[in-house]
Design a binder for this molecule. Structure first.
Ligand SMILES: C[S@@+](CC[C@H](N)C(=O)[O-])C[C@H]1O[C@@H](n2cnc3c(N)ncnc32)[C@H](O)[C@@H]1O
Length: 336
């Protein structure tokens, strides 16, 4: 097995464990093609036949050039601080996701959409063999500098174009991500490809097709904050957050029959009455600034797993799926 560490050349000071080239493949390799195209290295770049990807402090950035100017999450994630979340909150997230420590201990885990690291803080307590973490935001570079995440292999990249070899992970955790990708089903097919036979896929905090989520989608299309310069969109959304809070607190929102009188200026928060303006503001950023925001039908999620031969069950905060074990080869027939 050739083991070419791609970290050694780039940043000797990087706290990240060396990533090996033979664990990676060209982004975009899909199960349906059956083709695994290897990457090569030239200095601080990784090369596919059609693209080049930089190594930043030892972390490969697998985004396409056109996607590298950043996402709204670059500005949102620093405000989410899971490291300071109290253990009770982390425990309740873990329970709602039905994260089972016995399925994770000693296993290779992928955090598909690591964000600000909420799931890392939970998983590290479950003693996996190795954690790989990928996200579309450059905030990955900040996570990789943190001492508590030493030992985790970090990547910047797109779930719709995963850069990993097939059948690498025993357990994939993806919390609050696939509905933010340009194609949730394509993201699922990528995740499926890199999951080992018999492995598990845990999707949580997905925007399911509720009336609220549909309204958010309509408002997004109407106001197009996600197409504005981030600074302008954030200022406008802050004003909306104050207005929304006022309407909640004064109970005017309750009085409005929103089906018939829904004001054209009204954006939807998450209706958590009594929360602070800051809470609504942050919710608004997450709802309206991100580039993609789909709502998903439960039936479609079941369908994704079933048409690939897997099983899936509903858990309190999402879905827990299983990729089937490989079929046993039929025993050779003996001829006398
Ligand atoms: C709601 S956050 C959830 C993050 C994390 N799981 C958590 O709970 O803190 C959504 C994350 O999805 C990431 N994301 C959006 N589209 C993505 C894509 N196509 N590939 C990888 N990550 C993506 C964003 O950068 C952001 O970090």
């Amino acid at each position: 097995m050739s083991v070419l560490s791609i970290v050694e050349l780039s940043a000797a000071s990087s706290p990240n464990p060396a990533t090996e080239l033979d664990e990676l493949c060209c982004p975009g390799t899909l199960a349906s093609t059956g083709e695994i195209v290897p990457l090569t290295r030239a200095g601080d770049m990784l090369l596919s036949p059609s693209h080049s990807y930089p190594l930043i402090g030892g972390i490969p950035d697998f985004r396409l050039t056109t996607d590298r100017d950043g996402t709204s999450y670059d500005a949102i994630l620093p405000e989410w601080t899971p490291a300071t979340m109290d253990p009770a909150t982390l425990h309740s997230i873990s329970r709602a996701m039905e994260l089972d420590a016995s399925a994770i201990e000693g296993k290779t885990v992928l955090v598909a959409g690591v964000g600000a690291g909420t799931e890392l803080n939970i998983l590290l307590g479950m003693s996996p063999k190795r954690i790989y973490a990928i996200d579309f935001s450059s905030f990955v570079l900040q996570l990789a500098k943190q001492d508590e995440y030493r030992g985790i292999k970090f990547f910047i990249g797109d779930l719709c174009n995963l850069p990993f070899r097939s059948n690498m992970f025993d357990y994939v955790v993806s919390g609050g991500i696939i509905h933010h990708t340009r194609s949730p089903e394509l993201a699922h097919r990528n995740i499926w490809r890199v999951t080992k036979s018999g492995g598990s896929i845990n999707y949580s905090h997905i925007y399911l097709a509720s009336l609220h989520n549909r309204r958010v989608l309509i408002d997004r299309e109407r106001f197009e904050f996600h197409r504005m310069a981030a600074g302008r969109a954030k200022r406008l959304l802050s004003i909306y957050a104050y207005l929304y809070k006022f309407l909640l607190d004064s109970r005017i929102l309750k009085l409005l029959n929103r089906k018939r009188w829904r004001a054209r200026f009204l954006l939807e928060g998450n209706q958590a009455v009594g929360e602070s303006v800051a809470y609504h503001r942050e919710g608004f950023f997450d709802y309206y600034l991100c580039r993609y925001r789909h709502v998903l039908n439960e039936d479609d999620i079941f369908d994704w797993f079933e048409k690939l031969g897997g099983t899936v069950k509903r858990v309190p905060k999402g879905f827990l799926g299983q990729k089937p074990e490989p079929a046993l080869a039929p025993a050779p027939t003996q001829t006398v």
